[in-house]
Design a protein around this ligand. Sequence first.
Ligand SMILES: Nc1ncnc2c1ncn2[C@@H]1O[C@H](COP(=O)(O)OP(=O)(O)O)[C@@H](O)[C@H]1O
Ligand SMILES: O=P(O)(O)OC[C@H](O)CO
Length: 493
Amino acid sequence: MALDSGTTSNRCILFNHKGEIVSVAQRPFTQIYPQPGWVEHDANEIWATQLSVAVEAMQKINCTAKQIKAIGITNQRETTIVWDKHTGEPIYNAIVWQCRRSAEYCDMLKEKGLTELFKEKTGLLLDAYFSATKLHWILENVEGAREKAEKGDLLFGTVDTWLIWKLTKGKVHATDYSNASRTLMFNIHTLKWDDDILEILDIPLSMLPEVQPSSYIYGEADNEFLGSSIPIAGVAGDQQSALFGQNCFHEGDVKNTYGTGGFLLMNTGKKPVQSKNGLVTTIAWGIGDEITYALEGSVFVAGAAIQWLRDEMRLIDSSDDSEYMANKVPDTNGCYVVPAFTGLGAPYWDPYARGTIVGITRGVNKYHIIRATLQSLALQANDVIRAMEKDSGIELSQLRVDGGASANNLLCQMQSDFSLAPVIRPKCVETTAMGAAYLAGLASGYWQSLEEISKNYQIDMTFNSQMNLDERRAEIHNWHKAVKRSLRFAIDD
Ligand SMILES: Nc1ncnc2c1ncn2[C@@H]1O[C@H](COP(=O)(O)OP(=O)(O)O)[C@@H](O)[C@H]1O
Ligand SMILES: O=P(O)(O)OC[C@H](O)CO
């Protein structure tokens, strides 16, 4: 059983031994936007919907808890929850990874010259995206929070930790290495919460969960919830879980997920690679006492640009239509769309960038704009790939893709054209849930080895580069000109 707790919905997927999906249930939950740039979730609603989809997935196929070998949890990362250890009640809404409320505090830390210290210890950037400054905000702004935290009455967790705590009825307060490595408090070299960082941010160690391997028996989901108890045996952040589900087990293996945002990860093996090109270093997973590291490039807007074409611009009726409409024209007619709606993430990291459409001439029509928007997903990913190649010294040999927009054949073709490597789409694109299921299945003996798991991987389609190289060079050159025009747009120089 994989519990996939995403940013907008919770899902439960049941897999069989061949890695095939046997049941799915999904339920969205409320997105709370208290102010521009702020995003919250109700942690109790996350728990309630997650539990309800687990029950529903079982009911759909008349499955009992005894037939489930283990539970794997995978989750939206960085999202920060603080709750009272005695009552189990969250003291504030979950502050979501997208929330920018701690941006000014991050700027203040940067001004103090702390960027390198954080990067060196955690592999991350001083950005509001990661958990630590969200947690700091709660301690500073929720009445009574600091006193309670100092007395040891409060617990912190990302969504995985919250779900484990709820499922075990408060017996286990833990997270895994991959989630810990997204908090900006975890030292990815010593594999411990970092004392210096906790002191700088004034965060009590007693709030933080124990950090365990990603494939590990954390405890048992209480028999009250699913009929009888089931071991929780795998935990990983959703992007690392997708890397695992894509079978990217070897150094140099790369996957890209085209969901709302785009998340490209490269397995860099047993050592962390520090980025000089705008990526972050993260832990992919820990199995036994072995840690696997990854380089990651997070693109804030990918499939969301297609949603924008549909919901705001009303140029398409459904996301699927983007392929048909973009195929009505052979190219973008010199037009480029940079979907920097919330600034730009990797590799530019410019919170002040804004969306831009450039190169418009009299002949540019809606199909060109649709095509240019779709193309921007591939071009953004290509920028991350080139940064990754520079940082790791490894040339991309193939790219495994998943996420909602990977269903778009034209997008996959464009990705291969720009990135000059085969793009591989597996038959099962539920790689996030699959990764968690595999991690849990390995710890509980359902699967014996990575080799056994690899036999389940099936390719749906492979896309090979077809574009003329001069044309490709010109497209990438023009794209970079367009990106330059979007940078720092929201502030006056
Ligand atoms: N055929 C398609 N072409 C382009 N984009 C698509 C297509 N199908 C879905 N999408 C986009 O994929 C995203 C949903 O993917 P999903 O993996 O479910 O996202 P998330 O897990 O982030 O919620 C949406 O932004 C949607 O616009
Ligand atoms: O829930 P998703 O799929 O949008 O993923 C969110 C990421 O984990 C944020 O880092």
